[in-house]
Write a protein that binds this ligand. Structure first.
Ligand SMILES: Nc1ncnc2c1ncn2[C@@H]1O[C@H](COP(=O)(O)OP(=O)(O)OP(=O)(O)O)[C@@H](O)[C@H]1O
Ligand SMILES: [Mg+2]
Length: 356
């Protein structure tokens, strides 16, 4: 009997593991502590601050930001902002990806646009100046509608790099401008009232950007709380498998979970890749030693392909470092073919970096 038919007979559900898109809803796992922390930092904590989240490629930045937006979308709870401000506010987390923004103008237009589509309101963009329009919308939402806004700005470093590539000064001054705005002092110059915070998601820390000379040291002082988005721990990897395989006739053994942690060190994307491969094998029948060899081979191939494709397009240095570290730990277990491909990918990447 072929594996497809065997699968039907055993009534095995479709593979629940996901690694080609941000995870949503019930598939989203293990970031509660982070979400609580973000809420505190940006809304109820004394800083009402900005947060800069850094994480490697495919560690879960977009998943996290989108999840926050959708989780709080229907939340009607009104909160008192920190600092003794008397009124109660609703809080709105508004997601936008700024990767393709080319200019300051673009950026403010997009902030404005994201508010309009999130709240579905029709405030005329009366001014020529994108920033003024944005601030008008913000004032309307804050003072009339009693909203405190937290922008979730995905791929923020990519935008800063684009700005800096055109004109280095403009990247630094945008950060400074944003800082003034989030401090409240320049918001339509009313009263120094803070109307919004930002959660930035990026591959690079602000410190990386300074080191790589993308922003200048003095005067670009955007004040943010820095947070690193972690990989999953051993017990979290185990729990993820349990969650995803709840009520599923396919279950993983301790040995398989151990293997997954060893081979991924908890890197979320690779955890899902490897679980997914194991699942496919198990769904088609039992896993013997022979299967295990095949699983390793498939994982090695995907690992190498991934590094190659990230290296070919856009591999942030911090991600490269992490991948090299991971590869150092598991390289021996992966097959020869994968190994060669992988190094080729990294070398090609390094060459383009040196040229650039
Ligand atoms: N909270 C999570 N629960 C389960 N799996 C996750 C979670 N976060 C990330 N993953 C895994 O990592 C993958 C990548 O997630 P996501 O696209 O959110 O990462 P990213 O950091 O935004 O990536 P990129 O750097 O490419 O923008 C997902 O497809 C999934 O396999
Ligand atoms: Mg992303």
């Amino acid at each position: 009997m072929d594996s497809e038919r065997l699968r039907e007979k055993k009534n095995v559900p479709a593979n629940p593991f996901i690694y080609n898109a941000p995870v949503r809803g019930a598939d989203f796992y293990n970031r509660e502590a982070m979400i609580n922390k973000l809420w505190k930092e940006t809304v109820t904590g004394k800083t009402l601050g900005n947060v800069w989240i850094t994480g490697e490629r495919q560690v879960g930045k977009t998943s996290l930001l989108r999840y926050i937006q959708s989780t709080y979308e229907d939340n009607n709870e009104k909160v008192r902002l920190y600092g003794g401000r008397d009124d109660y506010f609703s809080v709105a987390f508004v997601y936008l990806n700024v990767q393709d923004n080319k200019s300051r103008e673009d950026f403010f237009n997009n902030l404005q646009q994201s508010l309009k589509s999130f709240f579905d309101f029709k405030l005329e963009s009366r001014e020529k100046d994108a920033k003024k329009n944005f601030l008008n919308s913000l004032d309307y939402l804050h003072f009339k509608k009693k909203y405190y806004i937290v922008f979730l700005l995905d791929e923020f470093d990519a935008f800063i790099e684009t700005l800096a590539a055109g004109d280095r000064e403009s990247a630094s001054s945008l950060l400074a401008e944003l800082n003034t705005l989030t401090e409240g002092s320049a918001s339509a110059s009313k009263d120094g009232v803070k109307r919004f915070s930002c959660i930035f998601a990026a591959n690079h820390t602000p410190h990386d950007l300074l080191k790589e000379d993308i922003i200048r040291r003095i005067g670009s002082g955007l004040i943010t709380q820095s947070i690193k988005l972690d990989w999953f721990s051993h017990s979290q990897v185990e729990e993820l498998a349990q969650n995803y395989l709840k009520d599923n006739p396919v279950q993983l053994t301790d040995e398989e979970i151990e293997f997954c942690f060893k081979m991924t060190q908890g890197y979320p994307y690779f955890v899902q890749v490897l679980f997914s491969i194991i699942y496919e094998h198990k769904a088609g029948g039992a896993v013997s030693k022979v299967h295990f060899k095949k699983i390793k081979k498939e994982y090695g191939e995907i690992f190498a392909e991934t590094v190659k494709s990230w290296g070919g397009t856009y591999m942030p240095k911090p991600t490269l470092e992490k991948l090299k570290g991971l590869f150092g730990k598991i390289g021996k277990t992966l097959g020869d073919k994968a190994l060669t491909l992988l190094f080729k990918g990294i070398e090609e990447y390094l060459k383009t970096q040196i040229k650039g």
